[in-house]
Design a protein around this ligand. Structure first.
Ligand SMILES: *[C@@H]1O[C@H](CO)[C@@H](O)[C@H](O)[C@H]1NC(C)=O
Ligand SMILES: *[C@@H]1O[C@H](CO)[C@@H](O)[C@H](O)[C@H]1NC(C)=O
Ligand SMILES: *[C@@H]1O[C@H](CO)[C@@H](O)[C@H](O)[C@H]1NC(C)=O
Ligand SMILES: *[C@@H]1O[C@H](CO)[C@@H](O)[C@H](O)[C@H]1NC(C)=O
Ligand SMILES: [Cu+2]
Length: 672
């Protein structure tokens, strides 16, 4: 028997406070597109592991409400009202099968739970990659290989790499584990142990194949360390201290994940695969005295990094980083004052680890105002006496994340300009994937698939393609894609002393196949227009895509890697909005057969004129390694811009006041 009184009362109290905790936590969701909270992630873990004791988690993300619901919620302007139901979509592995589980978080129950029977496997979680990477280190044949090379096993580190697909009917969920040698450097990617390859079955977590094919000379450790503390002596360029300070604090506000700055407002979400998600971006139109929607959603849908080396240890390196490695959870904590300027604000994000436990990535995003001394617009009126000069400095707002996917560091910036532009920049800094064997180019008689960068260091050629999902809603959901062709006209009738001029021929894309575009120097220019709304003088409201780094693939379309990374076939695609068409390389990307890609969806050739449409933009880099890329490549950037095109009646920043002059009380007191 339990004694009555005190202890029962305590239990009731604990229960009540737990209930309050649940209610408070549940209320913390401010916005229907807010990422899943740690509380919700725990709720998901409990629900899923109650049904599947040994489930391993591979994806947990918000299953967002329908676009229609979100839009009407955001227009109601009652931000404190919670939009129910709150749902999550989960992919787990149970008994070597992938399961898709849909959860209602508001009701705390599983709505559906089914086995996925299609091709491909879900995103790898960190834990299984780590376990697979440790297997060779205690595997006798591998230890023999290391001894045979005269290397010290304690200095060996291994990593698991996805293997792609090459037309096989049946596949197993395996990875290739490749090993590197530290001994004297932290930069182990510079010292691959070539010729050795271990294949690991992830479901059984055991080695299923091992090869030691050839011995390749090991690159030197000397000169490969990149840490400042190891540079002897470091090179002092004489650049004096500088920083950016905002004495009165930032001019943007963060209400949960809702960002307001200057004439912009948008929501900043996070997803395990995509990383940052910009939603409901709208811009205040001073003339119309209202916010006008520009982009319902923008995020990186997939990345494709095929290497161009056909040897046995290399041909399979054809990575799809978002679907295979979860680009979002590869986010790293940003270094204050280095990754982001001093005036930045930081946001943490949460995700689900392999056993379902939530984990935090501190400082995964930073938000800051950028003033880099650039000009928003200017004019000197030299013809009018008195020298009229008008200049407006360009201050912008940047949202940044850095994702470190093994040897690459991708910096993703979403930048909002007062002029109405949204600019997305991808910056790469990387260690190349390397092979050994030569000390001078004069020795090379065979195809080495790369550039000799240093003694026994070959940097392998590869590409980086990124697919941006850009669901533009130009002042309303019904939009069209307009291709603006610039055409040369020969003057034949002698009406002008000139022989030629160029004109504009506009063509509206009617179906998905009309909207598959590869950029060349000659355009076309791409404008998403709202054919139902015009400026006072009669032009359709629009936003133009200005590409900056629009590489197209060099692989053959029937190459298996290219079938999987087929989103890179075109720089522009347009699809009618469909909530389930999110991932340009498919949902199950690891060893996918390319049957759930943007290229496949668009074969239906759906109508896209005056519809709710999504623009997909592929940007890319062909990477021919150069000596300057060794031992770490200085940042290279590519960007595209979405810029108003007859969206405003006139220059939207004509009336913008110059920023207030800075009156520092005492600068040196603030610096530290
Ligand atoms: C879960 O794993 C444990 C340890 O490997 C095993 O004993 C147990 O039978 C498994 N449970 C189920 C439901 O498969
Ligand atoms: C191997 O490496 C370990 C760890 O760095 C070190 O302690 C050990 O002395 C090395 N062994 C040899 C034989 O060099
Ligand atoms: C939405 O996309 C999925 C995947 O491509 C497809 O199966 C489904 O039929 C589409 N729905 C509509 C209404 O087109
Ligand atoms: C500014 O602050 C620094 C540090 O607190 C102090 O040493 C210095 O005298 C101050 N200068 C002025 C002009 O007030
Ligand atoms: Cu590269």
């Amino acid at each position: 028997m339990y004694p009555m009184g005190g202890s029962n009362f305590t239990i009731v109290l604990i229960f009540l406070s737990f209930l309050t905790f649940i209610l408070v936590e549940a209320q913390k969701v401010h916005h229907p597109l807010d990422p899943l909270t740690p509380f919700e992630l725990n709720q998901i873990k409990t629900l899923v592991t109650n049904s599947h004791q040994n489930a391993t988690f591979h994806y947990v993300g918000l299953d967002e409400p329908s676009k229609h619901k979100v839009l009407s919620w955001s227009l109601q302007n009652r931000p404190n009202e919670r939009l129910n139901p709150r749902r999550a979509f989960v992919i787990v592995r149970v008994d070597s099968k992938s399961r898709e589980i849909l959860i209602d978080l508001s009701k705390n129950l599983i709505l559906s739970d089914k086995v996925y029977r299609g091709n491909g496997y879900p995103t790898l979680n960190f834990e299984e990659q780590t376990l697979a990477g440790e297997l060779p280190l205690t595997y006798a044949p591998f230890m023999d290989s290391i001894a045979k090379r005269g290397l010290n096993i304690s200095e060996v580190l291994c990593q698991a790499f996805t293997i792609g697909w090459y037309g096989e009917k049946n596949t197993k969920r395996v990875v290739r584990v490749m090993c590197y040698y530290m001994d004297g450097t932290i930069n182990f990617y510079m010292r691959p142990i070539e010729g050795v390859m271990t294949t690991v079955d992830l479901d059984e977590m055991r080695i299923v194949d091992y090869r030691d094919r050839l011995i390749v000379p090991m690159a030197k450790a000397h000169g490969t360390d990149y840490r400042e503390s190891k540079q002897n002596p470091p090179f002092d360029t004489g650049i004096k201290a500088m920083t950016i300070l905002q004495q009165d604090g930032p001019s943007f506000s963060l209400d949960g994940n809702h960002v307001r700055w200057a004439n912009w407002q948008f929501h900043l979400g996070f997803d395990m695969r995509a990383g940052p998600i910009i939603s409901l971006a709208s811009i205040y139109d001073h003339d119309k005295d209202r916010y006008r929607r520009v982009m319902y959603k923008g995020y990186i849908s997939e990345l494709f990094v095929p290497y161009q080396d056909m040897t046995e240890e290399w041909y399979f390196r054809t990575y799809l980083d978002a679907g295979e490695y979860a680009f979002g959870i590869c986010a790293v904590p940003l270094e204050p004052s280095k990754d982001c300027p001093k005036n930045a604000k930081f946001l943490d994000v949460y995700y689900t680890t392999g056993d379902g436990t939530p984990a935090k990535i501190p400082r995964a995003f930073c938000v800051f105002e950028r003033y880099a001394g650039d000009v928003m617009w200017r004019h000197t009126e030299a013809a009018v006496p008195g020298d009229t000069v008008e200049v407006r400095p360009d201050v912008t707002l940047v949202v940044r994340m850095v994702s470190t996917v093994a040897n690459y560091d991708y910096t993703i910036d979403w930048e909002f300009k007062q002029s109405g532009s949204i600019k997305a920049t991808v910056s790469l800094s990387e260690f190349l994937h390397l092979r050994g064997r030569y000390t001078h180019t004069s020795q090379i008689k065979e195809e080495i698939y790369g550039t000799l960068l240093a003694e026994n260091v070959i940097g392998t050629r590869h590409d980086h393609f990124l697919s941006f999902h850009l669901d533009l809603d130009i002042d309303g959901v019904a939009n069209s894609l307009m291709k603006t062709h610039l055409q040369t006209v020969r003057v034949t009738d002698e009406s002008s002393p000139r022989k030629s001029y160029w004109k504009v021929v506009n063509e509206v894309a009617k179906t998905e196949s009309d909207a598959k575009i590869r950029f060349s120097g000659a355009g076309p220019e791409i404008v998403v227009v709202n054919p139902n709304k015009q400026t006072k003088v009669g032009n359709d409201f629009g936003y133009r895509l200005i590409p900056g780094s629009a590489a197209t693939p060099l692989l053959l379309e029937d190459d298996y890697a290219q079938i999987r990374g087929a989103f890179s076939n075109y720089n522009v695609w347009v699809t009618p909005y469909n909530k389930s068409e999110k991932w340009a390389g498919g949902v199950y990307v690891d060893q996918s057969h390319g049957d759930d890609t943007l290229a496949k969806w668009t074969l239906r050739n759906r109508e896209i004129e005056n519809k709710d449409i999504v623009l997909w933009h592929t940007m890319g880099f062909h990477h021919v390694p150069l000596q300057e890329d060794y031992p770490i490549m200085p940042t290279i950037s590519g960007a595209f811009e979405l810029r108003p095109a007859n969206f405003f009646e006139h220059n939207p920043v004509l009336k913008v006041k110059s920023p207030k002059p800075v009156k520092w009380v005492n600068c040196s007191a603030k610096l530290n």
